[in-house]
Ligand binder design. Structure first.
Ligand SMILES: [Zn+2]
Length: 405
């Protein structure tokens, strides 16, 4: 029984899409979302839903892929490293939704002193209420880190939304010695054990290759278990990317950053080019991409300090790279599904997202097969994007419309 999407329904039947299941290879089929989960995936669900009141959607011409899993983002807004005027704004729910992101892990950055980790936790809880599968890392840029409960170990053990530990390696005021990294890894291991989870150590590396080399030395000396480590921002330059390839060969997860791109930061490696290089040289299961949304960079024009106005990085950057990868064919569809969804989900130990399969959270996207544009997004079974536009919104800002002032 077909129902219009605005009638009372218990689910949605997406018909005739090119469904990218766990293999990532597109095959024409139907996907049934019931409640918050994927209830059925089949070549032709025909009359299977029977009397179930479900909304039917013609998904022909679209790839049906799992929502993206963004393991590095700043939902409270990042920045702040160049003075209070460089603090970014919080990212509204609909920016994540429209960018195809279903799962996000929030980070503290240079803003950690003035925006306590409790603020990040509260924002994560709020995004969850709106339907996003949101988590956070304890830890931050500085070392020793600000925490919620007073220690990394307690944060991991006691706060369910805390999925792992973030730290920065090599910058001033960050981790600069092997012993510090070993201490942090020990705290992460003990706290994760108390939480009953695998440890996740998410390590920000600087453009200076000394930082990522410190990670390599710590792993070589057995201070840190490689499979617990993700190094992020590996596309700063060729030297950092080469070190990342070496680390991936030892079992470390390597994460490309969508907002590190030559247009924003001269001399950096285009994210798609970095992904292609990694996929050609290391185990594909080790390779991921994240947005780092919430950070910013000066555009070089007309800022108050003469260095340029700030441009804030939005989650859309991730969707742009997915679309470019699809259009150019630089990454095959199964590779895109892996690096944007399946691999980061596995890295985070999240078993209910990252794949289109029965029982998974109903976080799926319909992507126009030719343009790569995200046409529709569903989060926990609820449609949050339709015809490319968000239909569920965060707080509207009470500002007069442009031109009406
Ligand atoms: Zn960041």
């Amino acid at each position: 029984m077909a129902h219009a999407e605005d009638q009372q329904t218990v689910g949605t039947l997406l018909r005739g899409a090119q469904v990218c299941g766990p293999s990532g290879v597109p095959e024409v089929g139907d996907v049934l979302l019931v409640g918050t989960a994927i209830a059925a995936v089949a070549r032709d669900l025909g009359g299977v839903p029977g009397a179930l009141p479900v909304a039917e959607v013609d998904a022909a011409g679209h790839l049906l892929v799992p929502s993206f899993v963004d393991q590095h983002s700043h939902p409270t807004g990042g920045g702040g490293g160049g003075g209070p005027e460089t603090l970014s704004f919080p990212i509204p729910f609909e920016r994540y939704a429209a960018a195809g992101i279903g799962t996000v892990v929030g980070c503290s950055g240079n803003d950690s002193v003035v925006r306590r980790p409790e603020a990040l936790l509260a924002r994560v809880k709020g995004l969850r209420r709106l339907g996003l599968n949101a988590h956070l890392y304890t830890g931050e840029i500085g070392y020793p880190p600000e925490t919620i409960t007073g220690s990394i170990r307690r944060d991991l053990a006691l706060v369910d939304e805390v999925r792992g530990v973030k730290a920065a390696i090599g910058g001033r005021g960050s981790i600069v010695r092997r012993s510090q990294l070993a201490d942090l890894a020990g705290e992460a291991a003990r706290g994760s054990r108390s939480a009953g989870r695998a440890p996740v150590l998410h390590l920000h590396v600087e453009p200076d290759v000394a930082g990522i080399r410190l990670v390599a030395r710590a792993i070589a000396h057995g201070d840190v278990a490689p499979e617990t480590v993700t190094v992020t921002h590996v596309n700063w330059n060729d030297a950092v990317l080469d070190e990342a390839i070496g680390l991936a060969e030892r079992g470390v997860n390597v994460d490309v950053t969508a907002c590190i791109r030559p247009e924003f930061f001269p001399g950096t490696i285009d994210p798609l080019v970095a992904l292609r290089a990694l996929l050609d040289q290391v185990d594909a299961a080790r390779v991921t991409i994240s947005s780092d949304a919430g950070g910013n960079h000066p555009d070089g024009h007309g800022g108050p300090d003469g260095h340029g106005a700030l441009v804030m990085h939005q989650p859309d950057l991730l969707a742009d790279i997915f679309a470019a990868g699809l259009r150019t064919g630089l990454l095959a569809v199964p590779e895109l599904v892996r690096v944007f969804a399946a691999n980061p989900a596995a890295r985070l130990g999240l078993t209910d997202v990252g794949a289109v399969r029965v029982g998974a959270r109903a976080d799926v996207l319909l992507v126009e097969a030719d343009s790569g544009r995200i046409a529709s997004a569903y989060l926990a079974g609820r449609r949050v994007v339709a015809a490319g536009q968000p239909v569920v919104r965060d707080q509207a800002q009470n500002l007069p419309a442009e031109g009406s002032r």
